[in-house]
Design a binder for this molecule. Structure first.
Ligand SMILES: [Zn+2]
Length: 445
């Protein structure tokens, strides 16, 4: 009597799983132009299967469908790219849900928060994005924004590093110049405790010291640096800067771009541009308090308008810095320096939207769209040690994508033509993304 029951049970299980197979939650994106980011290419008419948040298979649409699916997303005429990375984010709204919506609605599936401000618990946000209590972006965070007074003795350095290890921050953010001995102690302690040091450069030491960090978070930092001969980079010839870029490349350090925040500062110093900022449609995605701080004459940068630094008016000086930064970004890119796209969400640098503005400025600086996308997909994944599962659209990787109406490889501004976003296999169509933005607008009113 034993055997037939077993066979019956087996047949029952087979029948059930066949039924489940049809509604197993497999999704396919059909007939799409795939930009896998494994090389500079567009693979036309592809079908991408997604199951349990991962890429199950990629095949040409012309071949017979390998899997039955529960949902088909029509990718005809559209372009699929990996989810984007905002590598310099600051949470400043007291409403993390809204900020995460702004990020996802803009195609961002990986975010790195760059300071834990008072009253925040960034590690808890990271936990909640991973568990699904919050929108499930890949969330990384540094510890607090550390200044010289936080690291004023070797005992203090040890305590800070220990606290970072225990709390489990992904990075230690150094935002100030330290005396050489304390800086070297910090690097050694952090290394022993497996805490990567990132942040601003050591402006009082030759360039090589700053290159020991895992990443330098603004191109602006190079404006204030000198090479070994105490020769400011700002004063060097194009030929010498090629050599500097090669030195940066050789060190393997990553460089966060954040041109857009400097662009914002320049815009504050110009009456016409500032008035355009005040009228921008995007101000509705900024919390009221921030609008008061940055869109009125209370804005600290407005007060710099008539100041002089070493005999040069601030607007003239800052715009010359900005022009240099764009040139130097292009020089670094052409020398293969590992760039990371980040916007530094401060002032009128609006969460989510600002990454696309950053892309636009990088393109204006002379970077190829493909290189800009690398700095927002592949490079961040390598940097964050997530490349086995992130950064490209290939089988087995996490299903984090952006579906675009237009080809971003011909013009990076096309990353704004978002038709849908997939976040770990969950599909948000244009209507769902619009809904997210409306919710933020209501929350920030
Ligand atoms: Zn920052």
């Amino acid at each position: 009597m034993h055997k037939p029951v077993t066979i019956l049970a087996f047949l029952f299980i087979v029948t059930v799983s066949r039924v489940l197979g049809q509604t197993s939650g497999i999704i396919s994106i059909d007939n799409v132009n795939l930009i896998p980011m494994t090389q500079e290419t567009v693979l036309s008419n592809q079908r991408v299967f997604i199951k349990d948040g991962r890429i199950l298979k990629i095949e040409p649409t012309s071949s017979p469908r390998t899997y039955e699916v529960a949902q088909i997303i029509d990718g005809t005429g559209k372009y699929l790219i990996p989810g984007l990375s905002e590598m310099h984010y600051h949470w400043r709204s007291k409403d993390i849900e809204s900020d995460l919506k702004l990020l996802v609605a803009n195609g961002i599936t990986t975010v790195r928060n760059m300071a834990e401000f008072d009253g925040q618990n960034q590690v808890d946000i990271r936990r909640k994005t991973a568990s699904g209590e919050l929108l499930g972006l890949n969330y990384f965070t540094s510890g607090p924004y550390l200044q010289a007074r936080d690291l004023a003795s070797s005992a203090q350095v040890s305590n800070v590093v220990k606290a970072h290890r225990e709390k489990g921050y992904n990075f230690l953010k150094l935002a100030d110049n330290l005396p050489k001995d304390l800086y070297l102690t910090l690097l050694a302690e952090a290394q022993a405790n497996h805490v990567p040091v990132v942040g601003h450069a050591q402006r009082n030491l030759p360039l090589e010291y700053s290159l020991r960090m895992k990443s330098i978070e603004h191109v602006e930092e190079f404006v204030y640096l000198s090479d070994d001969n105490s020769n400011p980079l700002l004063k060097q010839s194009a030929a010498d800067l090629q050599e500097v870029a090669q030195q940066i490349k050789a060190s393997g350090v990553y460089v966060g771009t954040t041109l857009v925040v400097f662009d914002f500062i320049n815009n504050c110093l110009d009456d016409t541009k500032f008035s355009a900022l005040q009228k921008s449609e995007l101000t509705k995605y900024l919390v009221r308090e921030e609008r008061k701080n940055f869109l009125t004459e209370r804005n600290d940068y407005r007060k710099l308008k008539n100041r002089e630094f070493e005999g040069v008016k601030a607007p003239v000086l800052f715009s010359s810095y900005y022009a240099w930064m764009k040139d130097f970004t292009r020089t670094m890119a052409s020398n293969g320096v590992n760039l990371l796209t980040g916007s530094d969400t401060y002032g009128m640098v609006i969460v989510g939207f600002s990454l696309h503005k950053e892309f636009e400025l990088l393109q204006e600086a002379g970077l190829k769209p493909y290189d800009i996308l690398l700095a927002s997909t592949v490079n961040p994944a390598r940097y964050l040690n997530t490349y086995p599962l992130e950064g490209t659209i290939t089988e087995g990787k996490n299903a984090n994508f952006v579906l675009l109406g237009k080809n971003p490889l011909t013009d990076i501004r096309n990353t704004k033509s978002i038709a849908g976003v997939m976040l770990k296999g969950k599909w948000f169509d244009q209507k769902a993304l619009k809904q997210m933005l409306q919710e933020v607008e209501a929350a920030y009113k």
